[in-house]
Design a protein around this ligand. Structure first.
Ligand SMILES: C[S@@+](CC[C@H](N)C(=O)[O-])C[C@H]1O[C@@H](n2cnc3c(N)ncnc32)[C@H](O)[C@@H]1O
Length: 277
């Protein structure tokens, strides 16, 4: 009971810490460029960049390490698209001998120098075509395909990003239909809406405030269910799909939880590996 009381208020501690580390640098950025006041999305991006650089990136990576080692290291291969790359923490989990190209999609350009440094440290370079940074959002399939030079990705990875992108169902649908190769894999590690009604209630309670502090991140998205229930429209009924109409794009799917994570945790994670037909 006491434990759940602590979990209920855990987002508040996150929000207070975020404000503490990011408010002054953000105010300084606004003083330097007052036109930011007319661009609230850019203020949010500046704030998030300072939150992420102020210890959240490292702490989040440390907590997610076992899950990422299990999900990313054995499965990532070929052309990897990392949506919402942040500081490029995913790179350290890639198996360099099996990944031919690392494409970091990160709309927050303040994070690009850290992604570039992490990519170079792992042996991915723009000069030999093994590394690309895209500045568009995950919802912009057309720009992603252009950035991939009209090839498709063998592996799409989302680590704690599908909570932030606008309209995740539509973006996941379009990424799977247009950007992921047949037989390609979508790997995700996300905090998701709890199956327990009282935990879900608190997630929904905090979601609007959390969203303001963390650049749109929602605590109440059932992302794993979006993957499980996904259907794409098919013409022709080939490649293992039903005849014309809508069908699941998956030939293999697996979702799992974190063994040491209490059910009461408002940051309740699910990892998944979905393989496209
Ligand atoms: C919580 S961070 C996770 C970063 C990284 N994946 C990691 O695990 O360290 C979420 C990231 O999503 C990015 N993001 C925000 N809007 C996005 C969008 N529309 N498409 C893709 N990424 C987005 C943010 O800039 C941020 O870097």
């Amino acid at each position: 009971m006491l434990k759940f009381a602590a979990f209920k208020f855990s987002p508040l501690f996150g929000i207070i810490t975020a404000v503490r580390v990011a408010i002054f640098p953000t105010l300084l950025a606004i003083r330097k460029d007052p036109t930011l006041l007319f661009r609230p999305n850019d203020i949010s991006a500046v704030f998030m960049a300072h939150v992420w650089a102020g210890g959240f990136a490292e702490g989040t990576d440390t907590m997610g390490r076992p899950a990422k080692e299990q999900l990313i290291t054995p499965n990532s291969e070929g052309v990897v698209l990392d949506i919402g790359a942040g500081h490029g923490h995913t790179i350290q989990y890639l198996n360099r001998s099996r990944v031919t190209r690392y494409v970091a999609l990160e709309p927050n350009q303040l994070m690009h120098p850290k992604i570039r440094a992490a990519a170079h440290a792992a042996g991915f370079y723009e000069s030999d075509g093994s590394f690309t940074i895209l500045s568009c959002g995950a919802e912009d399939s057309a720009s992603i395909l252009k950035g991939l030079e009209n090839t498709q990705a063998d592996t799409i990875i989302s680590v704690l990003t599908l909570c932030t992108i606008p309209n995740p169902s539509k973006s996941i649908h379009n990424l799977v239909r247009d950007v992921l190769k047949p037989n390609g894999q979508f790997l995700f590690y996300e905090h998701v809406l709890s199956h327990l009604p009282d935990v879900a209630w608190w997630q929904k309670f905090w979601a609007p405030v959390w969203q303001v502090a963390f650049d749109g991140c929602r605590l109440d998205r059932p992302t794993h269910l979006v993957f499980e229930n996904l259907e794409v429209e098919i013409q022709g009924g080939n490649d293992g799909y039903r005849q014309d109409g809508r069908d699941s794009p998956w030939k293999e799917q697996q979702v799992w939880g974190m063994p040491d994570e209490p059910e009461e945790d408002l940051f309740w994670h699910r990892a998944g590996r979905f393989v496209k037909k």
